[in-house]
Ligand binder design. Structure first.
Ligand SMILES: Nc1ncnc2c1ncn2[C@@H]1O[C@H](COP(=O)(O)OP(=O)(O)OP(=O)(O)O)[C@@H](O)[C@H]1O
Ligand SMILES: [Mg+2]
Length: 311
């Protein structure tokens, strides 16, 4: 059996205030799409940044396993060496990623050191074509492009090193819905060509159109994961059910779950969702919940054994 492209197992990231990410585990296959969802501050971005050893100062990986293509990449500079060549990343802050004073062609070309000028120009043209940009975009400066085109340019930059995995941190948040849908369609096409894709997003509507897996994070841990239709159709964890219940119905504003995600250092020994959970049990605060099976490749971490019960 071939190894998954990326395997995170019980990943822990700590800072001065304690564990910010305490238990994150999931796998990404070549050609597979993994959508990571959860409220703000749950540790989605940090988990992705940790894969490339790009955590902000003061935070570091303190436990768990991280494998790429079956190799342990946690030690030494193995994660740095994944950057660009094995794993491309699209960062959460799109405005900071493109330099306003250089053309798109130059910036994509910067990722292609070691090639002759002509070879580089041809590769840039091929990369722009692959992400759906016209050849003329090469001579454009970032301010001359629309938001969607800028995001496509960033995908082209992330693909320049021919990575096998793309980490996309909220790539559509700054875009209007139609353009966002086009970017997601682009990511689906790339996955069909064999790229592994991790898509961090708040947009469940987008997730519902992805074939693949969904990973639900809460307060630094994965609380549920499984195939997209199974998790969205029969959410097993009360947190996932609550998140889905906040989605706007036609003509309404999105709701929110009462209460807040507990800050790092303030999490209980048991389930971090206990104080917001509609179905809390006496043991939830103190006892860590077990993983439970909810069907084929669908699992959740909760004291409740009945899915979607009313109490
Ligand atoms: N540089 C930092 N130093 C210390 N703690 C941090 C730092 N960056 C983030 N954190 C902590 O880690 C938590 C998780 O951050 P992260 O950026 O991964 O959240 P997220 O799930 O990506 O949220 P969002 O949806 O808002 O992007 C934050 O709530 C914060 O408490
Ligand atoms: Mg984030």
């Amino acid at each position: 059996m071939t190894s998954p492209l990326l395997e995170l197992g019980h990943l822990e990231i700590r800072g001065a205030a304690g564990a910010v990410v305490s238990d994150v585990g999931f796998t990404v296959e070549a050609g597979g799409i993994v959508c990571v969802v959860g409220e703000s501050g749950c540790g989605k971005s940090l988990s992705a940044l940790a894969v490339l050893d790009l955590l902000p100062p003061g935070l570091r990986v303190t436990g768990g396993a991280l494998r790429f293509d079956g190799r342990d990449v946690l030690a030494g500079d193995a994660r740095k060496r994944l950057r660009g060549r094995e794993v491309g990343m699209i960062f959460q802050e799109p405005a900071t990623a493109l330099n306003p004073v250089y053309t798109i062609g130059f910036q994509v070309g910067e990722m292609l050191r070691g090639l002759s000028r002509t070879a580089r120009r041809d590769r840039v043209a091929a990369l722009l074509h692959r992400v759906g940009l016209p050849p003329a975009a090469a001579a454009s400066y970032p301010h001359q492009l629309s938001g969607g085109m800028k995001q496509r340019a960033m995908i082209a930059m992330a693909l320049a090193g021919e990575p096998r995995l793309l980490l996309c941190d909220e790539p559509t948040t700054a875009l209007d819905p139609t353009v966002g849908a086009q970017i997601l369609a682009q990511l689906r096409t790339l996955a069909e060509d064999g790229l592994g894709v991790v898509l961090i997003t708040h947009d469940f509507h987008a997730v519902s159109r992805m074939r693949g897996k969904i990973v639900v994070m809460y307060a630094g841990m994965v609380v549920e994961q499984g195939p997209v239709p199974a998790v969205l159709g029969t959410p097993a964890h009360p947190y996932t059910a609550a998140l889905l219940a906040t989605l706007p119905k036609k003509g309404q504003r999105p709701g929110s779950i009462p209460g807040q995600v507990p800050a790092p250092g303030m999490r209980p020994p048991g389930c971090p969702f206990f104080n917001r959970c509609a179905r809390v049990l006496p043991r939830c605060e103190a006892e860590p919940p077990p993983w439970r099976d909810a069907g084929e490749r669908h699992e959740y971490r909760c004291h409740l054994s009945d899915i979607g019960g009313s109490t």
